[in-house]
Design a protein around this ligand. Structure first.
Ligand SMILES: CC(=O)N[C@H]1[C@@H](OP(=O)(O)OP(=O)(O)OC[C@H]2O[C@@H](n3ccc(=O)[nH]c3=O)[C@H](O)[C@@H]2O)O[C@H](CO)[C@H](O)[C@@H]1O
Ligand SMILES: [Mn+2]
Length: 343
């Protein structure tokens, strides 16, 4: 009798322990599941790419110079951001640092209306020269998905088409790029990429463009205004527009054809420009160079951490100047009246 009682106690104790354990494990499991479901990556909590400049041991490369490698051009801004020119970087050092990071570079391209015709050369030349060796994901905004040419991409590279409404005004197309990039970052790039470049499509790569261009937030010097006095920059000069810059301010004139950087930084930029564009729209004013004017305003008060020389944005019709050792990326010649939907 007494033995039976002991047995009953033992069974009860085991059952109790089992119950407690099961409950604990279950709540732990369900908490994990709950956390997983709750964790929607956003721009705020995006796990950032490691920005340490880690360098593998045992790599042989040239000793750095102690004098400036380029005496004909400025290679630093007054806030000490590098201006990237041929001869200022050692690609083998750059790649030793960045290849091991296993990064993905999102590249946004807009090709609406007749601008789809620029895609073939753009993509084919990008596959030859742009971020070769790195994972690249093109996000192509277009209203003519059926006219997108088939271009063979290197391994590890992909292209996603994003159906985009047409527009009857070219200004509207360039203006809307900011908000579309802002949304794309929020909806996809927080998960899918580490860096982003936004590039004009009426362009072609002629030479290497690689990881030397990566940084927090990257601007490009417009080839038409390198060396121009700031008073002659085509900034927005009407105070009614938020993009207004007074004549005594300004560092450089940046091109709207290239914007780059880490996802979070470019999100900040596109959001700020979109908000400014909305204010202008409400006040019924359109800046003289659309989003490029707002971009210049943004970069005046939020300085870029790296600046690309005109090697990274040339124009095919321009004669090569002596300080241009290479042309990497250039605007092709286009017949504005023929390709744009309106004058
Ligand atoms: C070299 C440079 O910095 N260029 C800038 C300049 O003129 P651009 O003459 O370079 O402007 P653009 O006609 O190339 O338009 C900019 C981009 O918008 C897209 N697009 C435009 C029209 C159209 O019908 N379909 C279409 O897809 C396309 O991706 C094109 O590359 O000023 C524009 C703003 O006004 C942009 O800031 C451009 O980046
Ligand atoms: Mn262009």
């Amino acid at each position: 009798m007494r033995q039976n009682l002991y047995l009953l106690f033992a069974i009860l104790a085991i059952a109790l322990l089992g119950f407690v354990y099961f409950n604990y494990t279950f709540s732990w499991l369900s908490k994990g599941l709950h956390d997983m479901l709750e964790f929607t990556p956003s721009v705020e909590n995006k796990p950032e790419v490691n920005t340490d400049l880690r360098f593998p041991e045992g790599i042989k490369y040239n000793q750095p110079d102690v004098s400036n490698s380029r005496s004909d051009v400025t290679t630093l801004t007054p806030w000490l951001a590098p201006i990237v020119w041929e001869g200022t970087f050692d690609l083998s050092v750059i790649d030793s640092i960045y290849l091991q990071k296993n990064i993905t570079v999102a590249t946004t391209v807009f090709a609406l209306g007749k601008y789809v015709r620029f895609l073939k050369e753009f993509l084919e030349s990008a596959e030859q020269h742009f971020m070769v060796g790195y994972r690249v994901h093109y996000y192509l905004f277009t209203d003519r998905p059926d006219e997108v040419p088939m271009v063979t991409l290197r391994p590890g590279r992909q292209l996603t088409k994003i159906k985009t409404p047409s527009s009857s005004r070219w200004q509207e197309i360039t203006l809307r790029r900011m908000e579309m990039i802002e949304k794309l970052i929020e909806e996809r790039l927080v998960i899918e990429a580490d860096y982003i470049f936004s590039l004009d499509v009426d362009t072609k790569f002629y030479c290497h463009w690689g990881a030397e261009t990566l940084s927090d937030i990257v601007a490009v010097l417009h080839p038409g205004y390198f060396g121009t006095p700031r008073t002659a920059f085509p900034y927005e000069r009407r105070p009614k527009s938020v993009a207004f810059i007074p004549p005594e301010e300004g560092d450089y004139y940046y091109g709207g054809a290239v914007i780059g950087g880490r996802i979070g930084n470019v999100h900040k930029l596109t959001k700020a420009c979109r908000v400014q564009l909305d204010v202008d729209r409400a006040n019924k004013i359109e800046a003289v160079w659309q989003e490029e004017s707002h971009l210049n305003k943004y970069f005046l008060y939020n300085k870029p951490s790296k600046v690309l020389s005109p090697e990274y944005l040339w124009q095919d019709f321009k004669q090569k100047t002596s300080n241009m050792k290479v042309i990497r990326f250039s605007q092709v010649i286009k017949n504005y009246a023929e390709v744009r939907p309106n004058p």
